[in-house]
Design a protein around this ligand. Sequence first.
Ligand SMILES: [Zn+2]
Length: 405
Amino acid sequence: MRVNAISNAAVGFAATSTVKNSTIPQSLKPVHNNEEILNKTNEGSKAIMNYFFGMQNVPSFKGYPCSTSAFVVKQIDNVPCACCGKEMMNAKEQNDFVSKASKAKGQELADVFSSNFHKFRRNERAIAREIMNTAPSKPNSSISDILSSTKKTGADLYKQECTIVLDEVDAVAKSIYGEKNKVSNYVSAQKVALNNKKGFNRSAFLKGVQNITKEDANKENTTKLMDKAIELPLNEDGVNKILSKYRNSDSTSIARRLISTAVMTTEHIHPKAKGGPNNTENYMGECAECNNNRGSADLNNYWQTVYPNMPENVQRYNDFITDKIIKGEMGTKYEDYPVDLEKIVASESRNAIKLTVLTPEEIDKARKEKGYSDPKPLPEPVEGEMTIVKKPSGSKKPHRKPSRR
Ligand SMILES: [Zn+2]
């Protein structure tokens, strides 16, 4: 579609703070796995402190006030996550999956999992794979029968999934660079680490692959490799927690939990906890996994260890949505969305993520060239769905932009 002009440059913090991590109120600390990232780098907490010391520019928001549920992107199918790049599920698809998977047994169960397998997120996939692979040999077994009878531990499933993804990374590397190549050598060494007590570190592995391939000028190669590598489970502990909590649950609960992280959520690009308003300009579609992991962490740093290809993925998300705007599927109020997205993502990532976007005029031109008729307004969200946004201090009040009708 367009030339992808992404800067991968890691921009450091303009200022650092000596305030200790422990002084940050618990409510502002990011949740789940991100805690681990914060402890490792301390960058997230610096970002939060920078914000409180007024070192971060709070952008003024255009777009228009809108509840997270009324964000039109949520009505679109197969949107790629703006963070991890994987296709997301909408609420209807999730319900369909749960109802089919919870009733299925044996081969039919394997088929339901297999046709949705690309949607499972990282830790959940380790468990979903076990169900999918075991089901054909157990014709009368449901999801809950399989999980309650497996002798495997969370650690076993984590290791099994890592091995499979590492083999897939190896296969991609061989298809690009030939039988003997540095990435494959590196993968072999990492598989040894995975099998001894010293263990395997996902973030370090992703960094390692990036370092080896940084001389490769062909961006398509590195994107292909990284898309595969980020499918590694996030952590053994996460797989363990899901398995021990759901091992003895009913099939419906297990199916719902395993697919829950693939569901599309509305991400506040400027975090809500830092005053980010409910406004279309501040929104992008992210899977529940990515949204939960980020918490309120600074966009400049949090993704680099977990999803190093996020800059490419925000661009993919933008391109996907822009195409929908051109085709008229987003109604009449999103013509400015790509330009707004570019601005706020640059601001939140301190220019580490630079998008190439179309202006409303370019969108109009593309629409005419491709023969699409002018879009029609979508129905207004029902009364009560709109959220009154409290004006964050230091930022301009969001205003409703004139609709293009
Ligand atoms: Zn994601």
